[in-house]
Design a binder for this molecule. Structure first.
Ligand SMILES: [Zn+2]
Length: 123
């Protein structure tokens, strides 16, 4: 399991906090600045139901985790969970979820992270 840098697309170890190539904070981890939140938000806004699993991965990077639906389900889906935390208040975590069809391999629904909570730092 590895994670992909959103800035330079280098592959990094799962536990890495920063990109070994360009030094950028890796996606699941801290959101360092408003600029970065804006950049993330722009990527989330590119989601649509025609986005494939592969495109999703290159758009948002590796998810924090993937939750599978019950195997008994007729149209199985996976939920890709993206977690971001504020650099100022690391306990302040927000989650975004993207539901991907296991059979069709494309996005069926998504729920953006609560960007406002991420922006709220100590005054
Ligand atoms: Zn990088």
């Amino acid at each position: 399991m590895s994670q992909t840098c959103q800035r330079c697309a280098a592959s990094n170890a799962e536990a890495a906090r920063f990109c070994r190539q360009c030094g950028a904070a890796l996606p699941e981890l801290r959101v360092q600045s408003l600029t970065r939140i804006t950049m993330l938000l722009a990527r989330w806004r590119k989601l649509s139901r025609s986005v494939t699993r592969q495109e999703l991965r290159s758009l948002l990077g590796e998810p924090r985790r993937i939750e599978s639906d019950s195997p008994a389900s007729r149209d199985p889906v996976e939920t890709w969970v993206y977690e971001y935390e504020s650099a100022d208040t690391p306990a302040q975590r927000v989650c975004g979820r993207v539901t991907v069809s296991s059979s069709g391999s494309h996005v069926v629904a998504w729920c953006e992270p609560d960007w406002d909570r991420l922006r709220e730092g100590p005054a």
